[in-house]
Ligand binder design. Structure first.
Ligand SMILES: [Zn+2]
Length: 70
């Protein structure tokens, strides 16, 4: 399950991937760190796994640019 989120501190986007660590039923607050350089923003969310974050590009409003002339 992936979500694109925007960091309120640096304004960059990142995806959050939840990874289950094999401890079902053990919900703890896990930190979600902004993966962008020079940014130390994080927040916590309850999960029974751990969160991995990846840098993401901002979602494009127009997806029509993929059409190339042939
Ligand atoms: Zn950030």
């Amino acid at each position: 399950m992936k979500d694109i989120e925007q960091c309120p501190k640096c304004g960059n986007y990142f995806t959050v991937e939840e990874r289950f660590a094999g401890f079902p039923g053990c919900k703890e607050s896990e930190e979600i760190f902004c993966p962008h350089d020079g940014c130390d923003y994080y927040y916590t969310r309850r999960s029974n796994g751990v969160f991995q974050t990846y840098k993401a590009k901002p979602p494009k409003k127009e997806a029509n640019k993929e059409i190339k002339d042939k």
